[in-house]
Design a binder for this molecule. Structure first.
Ligand SMILES: [Ca+2]
Length: 127
């Protein structure tokens, strides 16, 4: 009985240490995506955002789901592609209807589209 109590105490302090590590890790992010992919107005998954499942052939006709007055066209700066879409990359184009330059996004978090020359340039997306 006494040994069990000691083990319990050790386990809970280990859990607290883990929690502290997770909370302070620089790579930890509160952002998560419940769709096939999510797009964000700003870098680091900030600002207006939308959860998407399929094609958007002309982003100029679409605003962010939580900011109806802000167009998604030429404004997306970060993207999360969820694990559920891991085998199929999301294709993002600088022109509508697959025009212009294209970038492929496999499952993962892309916090700054400037790194691939796509910041504020995406006009259509396919998955
Ligand atoms: Ca932007």
């Amino acid at each position: 009985m006494r040994n069990a109590r000691v083990l319990m105490a050790l386990a809970s302090s280990a859990a607290m240490a883990m929690g502290g590590l997770l909370a302070s890790a620089p790579t930890a992010s509160a952002a998560s995506c419940s769709g096939a992919y999510c797009v964000y107005q700003h870098t680091s998954f900030a600002g207006a955002h939308s959860t998407l499942w399929g094609h958007v052939e002309d982003l100029s006709g679409h605003s962010y789901e939580n900011q109806p007055l802000i167009s998604m066209n030429d404004s997306i700066s970060s993207i999360i592609v969820s694990v559920s879409g891991s085998d199929i990359p999301v294709r993002a184009y600088t022109g509508k209807y697959q025009g212009g330059k294209v970038a492929w996004f496999y499952a993962g978090s892309y916090s700054n589209l400037s790194l691939m020359g796509m910041n504020d340039q995406i006009s259509s997306m396919y998955w």
